[in-house]
Design a protein around this ligand. Structure first.
Ligand code: TRP
Length: 335
Protein backbone atom coordinates (compact mmCIF):
# COMPACT_ATOMS: atom_id res chain seq x y z
CA UNK A 1 0.00 0.00 0.00
CA UNK A 2 1.35 3.42 -0.82
CA UNK A 3 1.95 6.01 1.82
CA UNK A 4 -0.23 9.11 1.84
CA UNK A 5 1.86 12.28 2.08
CA UNK A 6 -0.11 15.42 2.82
CA UNK A 7 1.01 19.01 3.07
CA UNK A 8 -0.28 22.52 2.63
CA UNK A 9 0.88 26.07 2.23
CA UNK A 10 -0.95 29.32 2.84
CA UNK A 11 -1.35 31.28 -0.38
CA UNK A 12 -1.03 34.66 1.27
CA UNK A 13 1.45 37.32 0.29
CA UNK A 14 4.29 36.40 -2.02
CA UNK A 15 5.87 32.97 -2.18
CA UNK A 16 9.26 33.31 -0.54
CA UNK A 17 12.55 31.61 -1.16
CA UNK A 18 11.97 29.93 2.22
CA UNK A 19 8.63 28.52 1.03
CA UNK A 20 10.31 27.03 -2.03
CA UNK A 21 13.39 25.60 -0.35
CA UNK A 22 11.58 24.52 2.81
CA UNK A 23 8.35 23.21 1.30
CA UNK A 24 7.56 23.13 -2.40
CA UNK A 25 10.95 21.76 -3.51
CA UNK A 26 10.51 18.92 -1.08
CA UNK A 27 6.97 18.31 -2.35
CA UNK A 28 8.37 17.86 -5.84
CA UNK A 29 11.04 15.43 -4.66
CA UNK A 30 8.54 13.34 -2.69
CA UNK A 31 6.26 12.83 -5.67
CA UNK A 32 9.10 10.95 -7.42
CA UNK A 33 8.85 8.07 -4.94
CA UNK A 34 6.48 5.48 -6.42
CA UNK A 35 5.45 4.41 -2.90
CA UNK A 36 4.12 7.90 -2.14
CA UNK A 37 0.70 9.23 -2.91
CA UNK A 38 1.15 12.99 -2.56
CA UNK A 39 -1.62 15.45 -1.81
CA UNK A 40 -0.77 19.15 -1.75
CA UNK A 41 -3.19 21.86 -0.79
CA UNK A 42 -3.32 25.66 -0.91
CA UNK A 43 -4.64 26.56 2.54
CA UNK A 44 -6.78 29.54 1.60
CA UNK A 45 -9.23 28.90 4.46
CA UNK A 46 -6.35 29.30 6.89
CA UNK A 47 -5.30 32.65 5.43
CA UNK A 48 -8.48 34.42 6.55
CA UNK A 49 -7.60 33.92 10.21
CA UNK A 50 -5.72 37.15 9.51
CA UNK A 51 -7.70 39.79 7.61
CA UNK A 52 -7.08 39.60 3.84
CA UNK A 53 -7.84 42.05 1.09
CA UNK A 54 -10.26 40.15 -1.22
CA UNK A 55 -8.52 41.02 -4.50
CA UNK A 56 -5.11 40.16 -3.06
CA UNK A 57 -6.32 36.87 -1.62
CA UNK A 58 -7.79 35.94 -4.99
CA UNK A 59 -4.69 36.90 -6.96
CA UNK A 60 -2.31 35.28 -4.51
CA UNK A 61 -4.17 31.98 -4.62
CA UNK A 62 -3.93 31.97 -8.44
CA UNK A 63 -0.22 32.85 -8.21
CA UNK A 64 0.51 30.07 -5.76
CA UNK A 65 -1.28 27.59 -8.02
CA UNK A 66 0.77 28.77 -11.02
CA UNK A 67 3.98 28.66 -8.98
CA UNK A 68 3.40 25.14 -7.70
CA UNK A 69 2.93 23.96 -11.28
CA UNK A 70 5.90 25.99 -12.52
CA UNK A 71 8.06 24.46 -9.79
CA UNK A 72 7.25 20.97 -10.94
CA UNK A 73 4.29 19.81 -8.87
CA UNK A 74 2.68 17.36 -11.27
CA UNK A 75 -1.12 17.66 -11.29
CA UNK A 76 -1.47 14.05 -12.45
CA UNK A 77 1.00 12.26 -10.20
CA UNK A 78 0.10 14.38 -7.17
CA UNK A 79 -3.20 15.88 -6.13
CA UNK A 80 -3.00 19.68 -6.08
CA UNK A 81 -6.03 21.70 -5.01
CA UNK A 82 -7.41 24.67 -3.12
CA UNK A 83 -8.75 24.01 0.37
CA UNK A 84 -11.89 26.13 -0.10
CA UNK A 85 -12.91 23.99 -3.10
CA UNK A 86 -13.36 20.96 -0.87
CA UNK A 87 -16.13 21.72 1.62
CA UNK A 88 -15.34 18.58 3.62
CA UNK A 89 -12.52 20.54 5.31
CA UNK A 90 -14.95 22.91 7.02
CA UNK A 91 -17.36 20.16 7.89
CA UNK A 92 -14.75 17.95 9.50
CA UNK A 93 -13.27 20.96 11.32
CA UNK A 94 -16.66 21.54 12.99
CA UNK A 95 -16.93 17.92 14.05
CA UNK A 96 -13.37 17.87 15.41
CA UNK A 97 -14.04 21.07 17.34
CA UNK A 98 -16.30 19.03 19.55
CA UNK A 99 -13.39 16.71 20.35
CA UNK A 100 -10.85 19.44 21.07
CA UNK A 101 -10.44 21.34 24.31
CA UNK A 102 -10.23 25.09 24.59
CA UNK A 103 -7.30 24.66 26.97
CA UNK A 104 -5.32 22.77 24.33
CA UNK A 105 -5.81 25.50 21.76
CA UNK A 106 -4.95 28.20 24.28
CA UNK A 107 -1.55 26.66 24.78
CA UNK A 108 -0.57 26.55 21.11
CA UNK A 109 2.58 28.56 20.46
CA UNK A 110 1.47 29.95 17.11
CA UNK A 111 -1.87 31.05 18.56
CA UNK A 112 -0.11 32.92 21.34
CA UNK A 113 2.32 34.55 18.89
CA UNK A 114 -0.38 35.55 16.44
CA UNK A 115 -2.68 36.84 19.17
CA UNK A 116 0.10 39.12 20.32
CA UNK A 117 0.77 40.25 16.75
CA UNK A 118 -2.89 40.78 15.80
CA UNK A 119 -4.28 41.93 19.14
CA UNK A 120 -7.11 43.79 17.37
CA UNK A 121 -8.38 40.63 15.64
CA UNK A 122 -8.13 37.58 17.87
CA UNK A 123 -10.95 35.81 16.08
CA UNK A 124 -12.28 32.30 16.74
CA UNK A 125 -10.66 31.11 13.52
CA UNK A 126 -7.23 32.05 14.78
CA UNK A 127 -7.77 29.90 17.82
CA UNK A 128 -9.32 27.14 15.73
CA UNK A 129 -6.54 27.12 13.15
CA UNK A 130 -4.99 23.89 14.45
CA UNK A 131 -8.36 22.09 14.34
CA UNK A 132 -8.85 23.02 10.69
CA UNK A 133 -5.33 21.81 10.04
CA UNK A 134 -6.11 18.55 11.84
CA UNK A 135 -9.18 18.22 9.61
CA UNK A 136 -7.01 18.77 6.51
CA UNK A 137 -4.69 15.99 7.53
CA UNK A 138 -7.21 13.47 8.88
CA UNK A 139 -9.56 13.77 5.89
CA UNK A 140 -7.11 11.94 3.68
CA UNK A 141 -5.95 9.01 5.77
CA UNK A 142 -2.58 10.74 5.86
CA UNK A 143 0.45 8.81 7.06
CA UNK A 144 3.06 11.48 6.80
CA UNK A 145 2.95 15.29 7.04
CA UNK A 146 6.15 17.03 5.96
CA UNK A 147 6.30 20.42 7.66
CA UNK A 148 8.73 23.00 8.93
CA UNK A 149 9.55 23.10 12.61
CA UNK A 150 6.98 25.82 13.34
CA UNK A 151 4.15 23.46 12.31
CA UNK A 152 5.25 20.39 14.25
CA UNK A 153 3.07 21.29 17.23
CA UNK A 154 0.04 21.43 14.94
CA UNK A 155 0.71 17.94 13.64
CA UNK A 156 1.03 16.75 17.23
CA UNK A 157 -2.44 18.10 17.98
CA UNK A 158 -3.81 16.35 14.90
CA UNK A 159 -2.36 13.11 16.28
CA UNK A 160 -3.91 13.75 19.69
CA UNK A 161 -7.33 14.46 18.22
CA UNK A 162 -7.18 11.41 15.94
CA UNK A 163 -6.20 9.19 18.86
CA UNK A 164 -8.97 10.63 21.02
CA UNK A 165 -11.59 9.95 18.33
CA UNK A 166 -10.24 6.44 17.75
CA UNK A 167 -10.41 5.69 21.45
CA UNK A 168 -14.07 6.68 21.47
CA UNK A 169 -15.24 5.09 18.26
CA UNK A 170 -12.69 2.55 17.02
CA UNK A 171 -10.40 3.03 14.08
CA UNK A 172 -11.86 6.07 12.37
CA UNK A 173 -8.69 7.97 11.52
CA UNK A 174 -5.15 7.13 10.54
CA UNK A 175 -2.86 8.70 13.14
CA UNK A 176 -0.41 10.82 11.11
CA UNK A 177 3.31 11.28 11.64
CA UNK A 178 4.86 14.70 11.34
CA UNK A 179 8.11 14.67 9.42
CA UNK A 180 10.36 17.65 9.73
CA UNK A 181 11.84 18.65 6.43
CA UNK A 182 15.59 18.42 6.87
CA UNK A 183 17.44 20.51 4.30
CA UNK A 184 16.47 24.11 4.49
CA UNK A 185 13.69 23.39 6.96
CA UNK A 186 14.05 26.96 8.01
CA UNK A 187 15.36 29.75 5.85
CA UNK A 188 15.85 32.85 7.94
CA UNK A 189 15.24 36.52 7.27
CA UNK A 190 18.16 38.20 5.48
CA UNK A 191 17.86 41.15 7.85
CA UNK A 192 17.37 39.24 11.10
CA UNK A 193 18.82 35.76 10.65
CA UNK A 194 17.48 34.65 14.03
CA UNK A 195 13.88 34.83 12.80
CA UNK A 196 12.18 32.90 10.00
CA UNK A 197 11.90 34.37 6.50
CA UNK A 198 8.20 35.12 6.62
CA UNK A 199 6.03 36.45 3.81
CA UNK A 200 4.36 38.86 6.19
CA UNK A 201 7.64 40.46 7.30
CA UNK A 202 7.50 44.15 6.30
CA UNK A 203 11.25 44.76 6.79
CA UNK A 204 12.74 45.85 3.45
CA UNK A 205 15.22 43.35 1.95
CA UNK A 206 14.45 40.71 4.60
CA UNK A 207 12.45 38.45 2.31
CA UNK A 208 13.33 37.13 -1.14
CA UNK A 209 10.27 36.42 -3.28
CA UNK A 210 10.59 33.63 -5.82
CA UNK A 211 9.32 36.18 -8.34
CA UNK A 212 11.93 38.85 -7.58
CA UNK A 213 14.00 39.97 -10.57
CA UNK A 214 17.70 39.01 -10.67
CA UNK A 215 18.66 42.63 -9.88
CA UNK A 216 16.46 42.67 -6.79
CA UNK A 217 17.83 39.33 -5.63
CA UNK A 218 21.42 40.59 -5.92
CA UNK A 219 20.50 43.76 -4.07
CA UNK A 220 18.84 41.89 -1.21
CA UNK A 221 21.72 39.46 -0.76
CA UNK A 222 24.28 42.26 -0.87
CA UNK A 223 22.43 43.86 2.03
CA UNK A 224 22.09 40.63 3.98
CA UNK A 225 23.11 40.91 7.61
CA UNK A 226 26.18 38.80 8.38
CA UNK A 227 28.11 38.30 11.59
CA UNK A 228 30.69 40.44 13.31
CA UNK A 229 33.82 38.40 12.54
CA UNK A 230 34.97 37.55 9.01
CA UNK A 231 35.16 33.76 9.23
CA UNK A 232 32.94 31.63 7.00
CA UNK A 233 31.69 28.58 8.88
CA UNK A 234 28.38 26.84 9.47
CA UNK A 235 27.31 27.56 13.03
CA UNK A 236 23.67 28.69 13.29
CA UNK A 237 24.00 29.69 16.96
CA UNK A 238 27.01 31.96 16.91
CA UNK A 239 27.01 32.78 13.17
CA UNK A 240 23.33 32.89 12.15
CA UNK A 241 23.77 35.26 9.19
CA UNK A 242 26.55 33.36 7.45
CA UNK A 243 24.93 30.03 8.29
CA UNK A 244 21.70 31.17 6.64
CA UNK A 245 23.60 32.14 3.48
CA UNK A 246 25.34 28.76 3.47
CA UNK A 247 22.02 26.97 3.91
CA UNK A 248 20.53 28.86 0.98
CA UNK A 249 23.60 28.33 -1.21
CA UNK A 250 23.66 24.63 -0.38
CA UNK A 251 19.96 24.25 -1.20
CA UNK A 252 20.28 26.23 -4.43
CA UNK A 253 23.17 24.08 -5.64
CA UNK A 254 21.80 20.79 -4.27
CA UNK A 255 24.80 20.14 -2.06
CA UNK A 256 25.23 19.53 1.64
CA UNK A 257 25.76 22.47 3.96
CA UNK A 258 29.03 20.88 5.15
CA UNK A 259 30.47 20.62 1.64
CA UNK A 260 29.31 24.13 0.84
CA UNK A 261 30.87 25.56 4.01
CA UNK A 262 34.14 23.76 3.30
CA UNK A 263 34.23 25.14 -0.26
CA UNK A 264 33.51 28.68 0.85
CA UNK A 265 35.75 28.87 3.90
CA UNK A 266 38.32 31.13 2.21
CA UNK A 267 35.78 33.51 0.70
CA UNK A 268 35.03 36.97 1.94
CA UNK A 269 31.49 37.72 3.10
CA UNK A 270 30.85 39.83 0.00
CA UNK A 271 31.80 36.94 -2.28
CA UNK A 272 29.61 34.52 -0.38
CA UNK A 273 26.67 36.90 -0.75
CA UNK A 274 27.17 37.20 -4.50
CA UNK A 275 27.71 33.47 -4.95
CA UNK A 276 24.48 32.82 -3.06
CA UNK A 277 22.55 35.42 -5.06
CA UNK A 278 23.80 33.91 -8.34
CA UNK A 279 22.88 30.39 -7.31
CA UNK A 280 19.40 31.52 -6.27
CA UNK A 281 18.88 33.39 -9.55
CA UNK A 282 19.85 30.29 -11.54
CA UNK A 283 17.65 28.05 -9.42
CA UNK A 284 14.60 30.28 -9.91
CA UNK A 285 15.12 31.18 -13.59
CA UNK A 286 13.24 28.24 -15.16
CA UNK A 287 10.33 28.68 -12.74
CA UNK A 288 9.95 32.30 -13.68
CA UNK A 289 9.61 31.46 -17.36
CA UNK A 290 7.00 28.75 -16.81
CA UNK A 291 5.17 30.90 -14.26
CA UNK A 292 4.77 33.77 -16.72
CA UNK A 293 3.08 31.44 -19.19
CA UNK A 294 0.81 29.82 -16.57
CA UNK A 295 -0.37 33.00 -14.87
CA UNK A 296 -1.43 34.36 -18.25
CA UNK A 297 -3.83 31.43 -18.61
CA UNK A 298 -6.34 31.55 -15.72
CA UNK A 299 -8.70 29.16 -17.51
CA UNK A 300 -6.04 26.48 -17.36
CA UNK A 301 -5.33 27.17 -13.68
CA UNK A 302 -9.04 26.81 -12.92
CA UNK A 303 -9.12 23.54 -14.80
CA UNK A 304 -6.18 22.18 -12.80
CA UNK A 305 -7.78 23.33 -9.53
CA UNK A 306 -11.11 21.68 -10.36
CA UNK A 307 -9.38 18.46 -11.36
CA UNK A 308 -7.44 18.39 -8.09
CA UNK A 309 -10.49 19.22 -5.96
CA UNK A 310 -12.49 16.45 -7.61
CA UNK A 311 -9.83 13.88 -6.85
CA UNK A 312 -9.40 15.20 -3.31
CA UNK A 313 -13.13 14.84 -2.64
CA UNK A 314 -13.10 11.24 -3.80
CA UNK A 315 -10.76 10.47 -0.92
CA UNK A 316 -12.15 12.89 1.66
CA UNK A 317 -15.88 12.25 1.35
CA UNK A 318 -15.86 8.57 2.41
CA UNK A 319 -13.58 9.31 5.38
CA UNK A 320 -15.87 12.11 6.56
CA UNK A 321 -18.85 9.81 6.10
CA UNK A 322 -17.22 7.08 8.15
CA UNK A 323 -16.68 9.51 11.02
CA UNK A 324 -20.24 10.84 10.86
CA UNK A 325 -21.53 7.32 10.97
CA UNK A 326 -19.31 6.50 13.95
CA UNK A 327 -20.64 9.55 15.83
CA UNK A 328 -24.17 8.27 15.28
CA UNK A 329 -25.56 10.74 12.78
CA UNK A 330 -28.31 9.52 10.50
CA UNK A 331 -26.60 9.44 7.15
CA UNK A 332 -28.60 10.67 4.21
CA UNK A 333 -29.57 7.77 1.96
CA UNK A 334 -27.94 7.83 -1.42
CA UNK A 335 -30.60 6.90 -3.99
N1 TRP B 1 -0.38 25.74 8.66
C1 TRP B 1 0.50 25.39 7.59
C2 TRP B 1 1.56 26.51 7.41
O1 TRP B 1 1.24 27.65 7.62
C3 TRP B 1 -0.23 25.19 6.29
C4 TRP B 1 -1.15 24.03 6.37
C5 TRP B 1 -2.51 24.07 6.44
C6 TRP B 1 -0.78 22.65 6.41
N2 TRP B 1 -3.03 22.81 6.49
C7 TRP B 1 -1.99 21.92 6.49
C8 TRP B 1 0.44 21.98 6.39
C9 TRP B 1 -1.99 20.53 6.56
C10 TRP B 1 0.45 20.59 6.47
C11 TRP B 1 -0.77 19.88 6.56
O2 TRP B 1 2.64 26.24 7.01
Amino acid sequence: MSKIIYSGIQPSGVMTLGNYIGAVKNWRLMQDDPDHRCIYMLADLHTITVRQNPQDLHDNAMRFMALCLAMGIDKDRSILYMQSHVHEHCELAWLLNCYTYVGEMNRMTQFKDKSAKHADNINMGLMDYPVLMAADILLFGTHCVPVGIDQVQHVEIARDIATRVNNLYGDVFVVPEGVMTKVGAKIMSLQDPTSKMSKSDPTPNAVVSVLDTPETIVKKFKKAVTDSDTQIAYDPISKPGVSNLLTILAAATDRSVEATAADCRHMRYGDLKLATADAVIEMLRPFRERYDRLIADPAYLHEVAAFGAGRAREIAAPILRRFKQAIGFVLPRAD
